[in-house]
Design a protein. Structure first.
Length: 121
């Protein structure tokens, strides 16, 4: 058996994220899914499962997550046709709240800056 190249799982995860970013707007017709941006993908070492992180505009993240997980089988089928790997992972979608946390941190920094240094008029 041939040894795996280091970083191969990262490259496969990145390719899955890129392919899903194209497939979701084209193929998912579920009204629960709004404007989705795929932010990342983590894949298990055996390539059996992939956790896909996303942000959404125009829809509730929990409702959108349900819609994407409902369409996961169909999206996996499309990935199977595009990818040239032996095992295409089962997809699990999770909302990525890092963008919201970033906005909260930015607001805290602005508040701290305004309290320590009075604004010049």
């Amino acid at each position: 058996m041939k040894p795996k190249k280091p970083g191969r799982s990262l490259r496969v995860a990145d390719q899955i994220a890129r392919d899903l970013a194209v497939l979701i707007p084209k193929e998912v017709r579920d009204p629960r899914v709004g404007l989705v941006t795929v932010t990342g993908c983590e894949i298990t070492p055996d390539y059996a499962h992939a956790k896909v992180f996303f942000t959404v505009i125009g829809s509730d993240p929990a409702v959108c997550e349900e819609g994407l997980n409902a369409a996961a089988g169909m999206l996996r089928n499309h990935l199977f046709r595009k990818l040239t790997i032996h095992t295409v992972p089962t997809l699990h979608f999770a909302h990525d709240d890092s963008v919201n946390r970033g906005f909260e941190m930015d607001a805290l920094i602005r508040k701290a800056m305004s309290e320590t240094r009075p604004e010049e008029n």
